[in-house]
Structure formats: C-alpha cells, structure tokens
Design a protein around this ligand. Structure first.
Ligand code: ARG
Length: 574
C-alpha cells in the first residue's frame, strides 16, 4: 500500500483511542509546516474539557511513529506535526515504481455497478446536457472498471413515446430512403424540426400523428418497422459521436425506454399488490415517503396515466427493479442533469418502499450542472438553436490542430492529427471534469485549450516533456528500481504528491467527484516542474541519476493513468 495518509491515520487512530477511550478522528491533512498535520487533539480537548497540547503529547507517546517519521512534534495550540522519513518515502515510491498498477490495490470487495449515462433521445440531436452525462459517465465507468468492479453500461436512450407518432408520419411523407439519409448524416435536428413544424401547422398531420402513436403502442408491425428505422439510424449516429468523443459506449449498451415496455404492467401490478398504488385524478400513483408539494400535500409519482399510458417514471421504476433483481447490481448510478434530482429521489424512495432497494445495494443520482455560453445562459448557437455536439467537438479539434502546428511544426501529418485529436477532445473533457460537477461552467475554447493552467493540454504537455527526456537520452525508465533516493526538498514535495494518488482515487471512487482527481494531477504536474527546475536528472551522478529518472517516469505514468481514467489520451510527443 502506497497510501501514506492511510498508514499514518492507521497509526494515529488507535493512539487517540487509547488516550480518549473512544474513537476519535485524527483529522489528518497535508500541511505547509510539516508533511502532515493532525488536528484531532483540538476537537477532543473541547469534548473532554482538557488541554489540547497535553492530549497531543499523550497521543504522541502512544503512537508508534518512529518507523515512519523522522520528526514529530506538538505545535501551536495542539497540532501534531508529522514529517515522514526520507527512507519511508523512498521505499513507498520504490513499490509504486515496480508495480504496473502504481501500487494502487484493488478494493477487497468488488461489486456489480450499473452506470446509466449519455441517454440522448432518438431522432433528436444530442445536446450539451448529454455531453456532460457522456463525459462524466465514461469517467465513472473507466475508474470503477480499473478498480476492478464489474461495470455494466446502460445507455437509456429515449426512443419511445408520443413524439414518434409525428416522426413516423414525417418519415412516410418524405420516403424511407430520404429519411434514413438525413438521419444517418446526423441531421437529427432538421428531421425533428420539420416534423414538429408540420405537427404545429397542419391539423390533418396532427391527427395522423396521434393515430400513429396508438398503432405504435399497440404493436402494429408496419409501424414498428418504421419506428425501428428511426431508432437504428439514430443509434448509428450516436455511435459516431461516441467514436469522435472517444467514449467506451458501444452498440451493445443501448437499453432504451422501449426495452422496458413489456415490464411496465408488471411494475404496476407489483406496486399494486404491495398496496403502494393510489388513484389520483384518474392516474395510478405512488406517494413515496418524504415528498410534498408547496402546500404540504404528498407528492405523487405517476406510474400509469388515466388513459392507460406509461411515462418516464414508470420506465425508471422498471430500470431500477431490473438492475437490482436481474443484473444484481449493488451500486446503481444515474448520471443525469440536476434538474432531474427530484425524479430520481422519488424513484429511489419508491424502490425502497417496494422492498427492491435494500442494503448493501444503493442508488445514486450523479447529478451535474449545465454547460453555459459566454452570456451565462445555456449554451446555444447564435440563431438560438441548441448546439450540435459534433460541431462543438470538431471545432475544438480544428483549433487544437492550428495550435499544435504552430508549437511543433516538425511533427509529421499523421502524428499531428492524432495529437490534435487528443488535445482537442481532451480539452473539452478536462474542462468539464475539472469543474465541480454540480456546478455550471462556461464553455470557453481559449481557456480549455491553453497550455497554461489547469487544462488538459498543460497536463498532456507535462507528460510529453518527460517522455522526451527518455527519448533524447535514449535511456529506458528504471522500472525495476525498488528504492528511490530522496534528499532534496523538491524531491520530497514531488514524492508526497506521487504518494497521494491512491488516496485521491479512493476518494473519487466514493464521491465520483472527478475535479478532485483533476486538481490532484495539476498539483502533481506543478510539483514536477518544481523538481525539474532544481534537480538535475541526466547530469547527476549515479545512483541519484537512476533514482531521479524513476521519479520522472513515475510522474509520467501517474499523469497517464490519471488522465486515462478521465478518458483523456496522452501523446508521447506534442
Ligand atoms: N433521455 C433522458 C433525457 O434526455 C435522460 C435519461 C436518463 N436516464 C434515465 N434512466 N432516466 O433527459
């Protein structure tokens, strides 16, 4: 285990307990004054109404820190300052260096996790909201899979419901071949809007559309065949976007709304049998515990409408039941925008009330904010339409191409294209993942593509520079070196950063807050710059030279792994 913080906590916690007679959080954190600081004695002293310095001194007498630390002291009002010994840093780094997983252990208990993400709507352009869900969801999947969990991707596309009446009628009007053509090139907006215009303007069309919905729902074969054309063309198009965006969703991951059609009646029946259904204004509803409207009346979740139709909520009750009961997931993640927070809270509560969702299984809405334009409003085109995702991505790659061509004119064309792709797409993903996902952020090409600051290009470049050290000197990274030598302050700072990787991953696995990982990687790259400025690598004498080469390589590998978990590629030269 390279998790230094955990090791210290594991030593301090029993010492605190011995002194206090109860469990105490050592409140350990990285510190400016030493390597780590524990503030646990302060809170404990307040509770025991005694002197914090005295408590801290007693804790230190109990704690067996000699093997780990070169210095420990009580300071200020009762902080415990801890300086880890250079030997321990060197040994832990050595373990990290000789391990393909950078000494990050797999969790003792792995579990089955379903990740519901992306979920665009068929025959409708993917918008920036789906961009966030897709990027965040894919990072979730990559991290949990790397940690060893059994991850099942669920792309809950919207391909069922009333809009399909008008879409099918429009398809018939323009002809199947023509419709397939416009959908497969990704003109989903054009197709949808044309249908919508007719629906709004033409009563006869409206009637046809409504009749078509009834036929679709009753399973009329011709209607289903036409519906399938719309859905299949949309899926093909979504897959091209996933390819461009370099996300891991495949054709096998589509489990859209229609997949649940034949499970909806049984959801109703089961809730009915459990006595959870009540009729409200003709509709069959559940009233999950703890939800009320403004007047304090219980809030209904409509399971079946008065006309017998099922909606979004019924389908999500089916998703949660299936994921628990058939897929045996114990962690159910729904990566969807925050406006749907109440919907999911009500679904989860209903699943608990029904006895489907019981510990250790848990469901989490991984909510996210919106992508804004420079005007601070939801990102739109000048004409006010929602922005086409592919256009956004292509523009990022085009701009990256220009930047790379200028920075490194010697790259051959093929390499340049690959680098520009990694930088352009990486920049879009990183600017999303490096902001707190519950917040909105402004989409800004110049900022995300900058080579300075907390951006993908900065981190990619930091790693590529390390690669070039090895390339130019024609040396191999010393991956068999199991003892790193730490003597300089800048080495110590870098060592502590590197050893923080496991801890940050554990945190992100729990919270799915990827900005913590992004922040970590930025801190690591900065610490590396500090090290490289003052510590000669190739020019130093053995055994320092090999040790520093290992520090360079470890930094590059950690950056590479971290960015890979965010779904971002790392070119060896840029
Ligand atoms: N298609 C939906 C939308 O565009 C998102 C679906 C999210 N997943 C789910 N299981 N409800 O808003």
């Amino acid at each position: 285990m390279a998790n230094l913080e955990e090791m210290l906590r594991g030593t301090l916690a029993p010492a605190f307990e011995a002194v206090a007679g109860i469990e105490v959080d050592p409140a350990l954190r990285r510190s400016q004054h030493a390597h780590f600081q524990s503030d646990g004695a302060l809170a404990l002293a307040r509770r025991l109404k005694s002197n914090p310095r005295e408590i801290a001194t007693r804790v230190l007498a109990e704690a067996e820190l000699d093997d780990l630390c070169s210095d420990v002291e009580v300071s200020g009002p009762g902080f415990i300052n801890i300086t880890v010994s250079d030997e321990v840093l060197g040994r832990l780094l050595g373990r990290m260096n000789t391990d393909a997983r950078l000494d990050v252990p797999k969790p003792q208990q792995t579990e089955t996790v379903t990740v519901d993400y992306s979920a665009p709507n068929a025959a409708k352009e993917m918008h920036v909201g789906h961009l966030r869900s897709t990027i965040i969801g894919d990072a979730v999947v990559r991290l949990l899979e790397w940690q060893g969990h059994d991850v099942i991707r669920q792309n809950h596309i919207g391909e069922w419901g009333t809009p399909f009446g008008m879409l099918i009628e429009h398809l018939l009007d323009i002809g199947e071949a023509e419709a397939a053509k416009s959908l497969s090139v990704g003109d989903l907006n054009g197709f949808y809007q044309a249908a919508r215009r007719k629906f709004d303007a033409d009563d006869a069309f409206k009637d046809r559309a409504r009749a078509r919905v009834v036929k679709l729902q009753s399973g009329d074969p011709t209607t289903l065949r036409l519906w399938k054309i719309l859905v299949e063309e949309s899926k093909k198009y979504f897959l091209t976007v996933y390819d461009l965006l370099d996300v891991t969703l495949t054709a096998d991951d589509f489990f859209g709304e229609s997949f649940y059609n034949d499970q909806l009646q049984s959801v109703v029946d089961e809730l009915d049998k459990l006595g959870l259904l009540r009729i409200s204004e003709g509709a069959k509803c559940v009233f999950p515990e703890g939800f009320a409207n403004r007047n304090g009346d219980p809030l209904p979740l409509i399971v079946q409408k008065s006309d017998g139709g099922f909606g979004y909520a019924a389908t999500d009750l089916a998703t949660i039941r299936r994921r628990l009961r058939d897929l045996h997931a114990t962690r159910l993640l729904y990566v969807v925008g925050l406006p749907q927070a109440q919907h999911f809270a009500m679904i989860f509560q209903t699943a608990k009330d029904a006895g489907w969702l019981t510990p250790p299984a848990r469901a989490e809405h991984i909510g996210h904010g919106s992508v804004l334009g420079e005007d601070g409003k939801i990102l739109r085109t000048r004409a006010g339409a929602s922005v086409k995702l592919v256009d956004l991505l292509r523009e990022a790659v085009d701009r990256a191409t220009a930047i790379i061509a200028e920075k490194n004119p010697d790259l051959d064309e093929e390499t340049r294209a690959a680098v520009a792709n990694a930088v352009g797409i990486g920049a879009v993903k990183y600017s999303d993942l490096s902001t707190d996902r519950t917040k909105d952020y402004v989409f800004d090409y110049d900022r995300m593509l900058s080579f300075d600051g907390n951006t993908a290009p900065y981190l990619q470049y930091a790693r590529a520079r390390i690669c070039s050290i090895f390339r130019r000197a024609e040396v191999e990274p010393p991956r068999d070196l199991s003892e790193i030598i730490i003597t300089e302050p800048a080495e110590r700072t870098l060592a502590l950063e590197l050893l923080g990787f496991e801890g940050v991953l554990a945190q992100v696995e729990e919270t799915l807050e990827f900005h913590r990982l992004a922040h970590y990687l930025y801190g690591l790259a900065t610490a590396f710059t500090g090290f490289y400025e003052v510590c000669p690598v190739l020019k130093s004498e053995e055994p320092i030279r090999r040790s520093r080469l290992a520090l360079c390589d470890l930094t590059a590998r950690t950056l590479e792994r971290g960015l890979d978990l965010l779904g971002i590629r790392t070119p060896d030269q840029m």
